[in-house]
Design a protein around this ligand. Sequence first.
Ligand SMILES: Nc1ncnc2c1ncn2[C@@H]1O[C@H](COP(=O)(O)OP(=O)(O)OP(=O)(O)O)[C@@H](O)[C@H]1O
Ligand SMILES: O=P(O)(O)OC[C@H]1O[C@H](OP(=O)(O)O)[C@H](O)[C@@H]1O
Length: 194
Amino acid sequence: MSADGRPGLLVLVVGPSGVGKDTLIDGARAALAHDPAIVFPRREITRPADAGGEDHRPVTPAEFRARRSSNAYALAWEAHGLGYGVPATILDDLDAGRTIVVNVSRGIIDTARRLARVRVLSLTVPAEILRRRLAARGRETVEDIEARVARATAFAVAGPDVVTVVNDGSIESALARVIDAIRSDAHAQGVSSF
Ligand SMILES: Nc1ncnc2c1ncn2[C@@H]1O[C@H](COP(=O)(O)OP(=O)(O)OP(=O)(O)O)[C@@H](O)[C@H]1O
Ligand SMILES: O=P(O)(O)OC[C@H]1O[C@H](OP(=O)(O)O)[C@H](O)[C@@H]1O
């Protein structure tokens, strides 16, 4: 149980843009769909619904600001010129002892640690692979891709609750590691490379 008494577990999937967070979360969601104790919340983002990528709830910048100030988000941040919010309903799930799995900015890890017991899944790959993956994904312009690669090293992710997964091999091998880390309730630690 966390210091604030919430019995659930908050699994934060973090890492630079293009590292594979959404891909691995999608795979884990499909593999764990039978388990009602594991929740994959839908993020709210100031990005059009048809931009590609995850199934998010699109909000306007004004709506994002209003919802953020009325505490509709348990976690909220801005990155890449966009606003992101994780709905406050995750707090009810954490109170009920569920496991939440969500893609968040590396910048809000400490804030999340004050909400509940946290396990950080820190995904990494070398910058050249990031650039190649972002270009192949095709959602951003060349300028945006360079800005995202530059941001890759903007944060240090550290702590006893961090599990590092190097996603430079097959998606399947990284997914197996991610699913293990979501399911195992003991605090796993260390680095796995595939
Ligand atoms: N192990 C892998 N091998 C090859 N390609 C991969 C691997 N993991 C992810 N990819 C590909 O890399 C691209 C980026 O992955 P994804 O969109 O999941 O990254 P992300 O971390 O969620 O990025 P962002 O933060 O920008 O949303 C996708 O096209 C995905 O298919
Ligand atoms: O660099 P940091 O702050 O860790 O990550 C910032 C954001 O980058 C990605 O955004 P997107 O889904 O590509 O728009 C992640 O989802 C995260 O919200």
